[in-house]
Design a protein around this ligand. Structure first.
Ligand code: ASP
Length: 441
């Protein structure tokens, strides 16, 4: 049988109505035996996520402010859901232990992980599945770094003893200790991927509140087409530009085990969602898989006669950035020109210092700075085998009167990155989308 891992995110388990939907989904496929859950998320716009409330409890505790009332808000939410699901009282003893631990000054990681813990205990009782705690199975070192091999071994050994189980996402513990450790926010996605790898799942289903990825941001492009299938590499290029639905670190465990990730919508389960796979789907005839944009970059363009015949220019440029602790994003170059693209977030207030060091150390003939630049990545493995893709892209941009400040094509040839003024980003994305929306190989 095809054993699947189904991970349900915060919005999918935010209240009893959502949890009943997840049960219907689980029961529709007899392979959905291993369930990973987040803590309850927002039920409506402006609502609080349980994890945020737990962080707040800890902050109150640390500032000697009363936290008990806040904790009661959390308790009340679970009690109401447990009642609707017909599992009253299942969490009572757990609430007591958590209260006691908070009083004793437990760590932030322990406190904020309880959202997932309580939800998994409750949902396991509701489904009649075993509850399997992630502590002792998802293993970290004492610096909080995930231990992949030890985790894989511990998870597969334990899960082989269970036919069906609910596992809390987001946390684990230090190897050889009971100290709880969490991933970064949104980390239940990683737990799901690790469980999928450990049980050699046929697919890792990641249930959320959208039907997978769209070719472009719907706030920019009206009704963009859904992406049926995307390779890990393509997704990496797109998520880097801010188009993320899935925690980045969830990709690695699934990729090494060659397990497809299927992003699905709990509220529209009939939608097939997006499959993220190791290789580009050969049956896909799209040239472009997706377009993503991100604002607020600075481009520093350098010109120096005979740059290409000199030695060490790039190395020295990069060491200036390294010394000033500034990350670079791209480094497009020509014969005697070189541009460096920096995100404003990483640059902070160091632009003047970067420029003055470049002038002193590299003595360029000319230096130009373009600020408020947006980067747009047009990604698609279908581009590699197609002639004229860039011609079409740049024609569309020219027709839309977009001033392209920078062009960079990755060596994989499946990604063209352009830099435009921040305020032209929307128009540029719409122009590119319009040029490729109906294009097939
Ligand atoms: N509950 C955690 C968060 O809100 C982890 C997760 O939902 O994936 O970040």
């Amino acid at each position: 049988m095809n054993i699947k891992v189904a991970k349900f995110g915060g919005s999918s388990v935010a209240d009893s109505i959502q949890i009943i939907k997840t049960r219907d989904i689980i029961l529709q496929d007899e392979g959905r035996n291993f369930i990973v859950v987040s803590a309850p998320g927002k039920r409506y716009e402006g609502d609080n996520k349980i994890t945020d409330l737990l962080y707040l409890c800890k902050t109150h505790m640390d500032h000697n402010l009363p936290w008990e009332q806040l904790f009661e808000v959390i308790v009340d939410r679970y009690v109401a859901v447990a009642h609707k699901l017909g599992v009253d009282g299942v969490l009572d003893e757990h609430f007591e232990i958590i209260r006691q631990k908070i009083n004793e000054g437990s760590s932030t990681d322990y406190i904020v992980s309880r959202g997932e813990y309580l939800n998994a205990v409750m949902i396991a009782a509701y489904l009649g599945y075993d509850f399997v705690d992630s502590a002792g199975l998802i293993l970290f070192d004492d610096k909080g770094k995930l231990l992949h091999d030890a985790t894989d071994a511990a998870l597969s050994e334990e899960l082989s003893k269970h036919k069906t189980a609910v596992i809390p996402g987001f946390y684990g513990s230090e190897k050889g200790s009971t100290r709880i450790r969490t991933f970064s926010r949104g980390g239940s996605d990683i737990t799901g991927a690790l469980v999928a790898k450990a049980i050699e799942a046929s697919v890792y289903e990641n249930w959320t509140d959208v039907s997978g990825f769209l070719m472009a941001d719907p706030r920019i492009v009206e009704n963009p087409k859904p992406i049926d299938s995307i390779s890990y590499k393509e997704l990496r290029e797109l998520s880097y530009m801010g188009a993320s639905v899935l925690h980045e670190d969830a990709i690695y465990p699934a990729r090494v085990a060659n397990i497809p990730i299927n992003i699905r919508n709990t509220n529209v389960p009939k939608d097939k969602g997006t499959f993220i796979t190791a290789h580009h789907d050969p049956s896909s005839n799209r040239i472009i898989t997706g377009i993503a944009g991100s604002k607020d970059f600075t481009v520093i363009a350098l010109y120096k006669d005979m740059m290409s015949t000199g030695r060490g220019f790039v190395r020295r440029l990069l060491s200036i950035l390294e010394d000033l602790d500034v990350n670079f994003e791209h480094l497009p170059s020509g014969i005697d020109t070189m541009s460096v693209v920096l995100s404003n977030a990483s640059l902070g207030d160091k632009l003047d210092e970067v420029i003055s060091q470049i002038k002193i150390q590299l003595e360029p003939d000319n230096i130009e700075v373009f600020q408020n630049i947006a980067l747009i990545a047009t990604v698609g493995q279908g581009m590699t085998s197609n002639i004229g893709v860039s011609a079409r892209l740049f024609t569309a941009l020219a027709e839309a009167d977009i001033n392209v400040r920078m062009i960079d094509q990755g060596s994989s040839e499946m990604n063209i990155i352009i830099g435009v003024e921040n305020n032209q980003m929307g128009d540029a994305i719409r122009a590119i989308y319009g040029a490729f929306e109906d294009e097939e190989i």
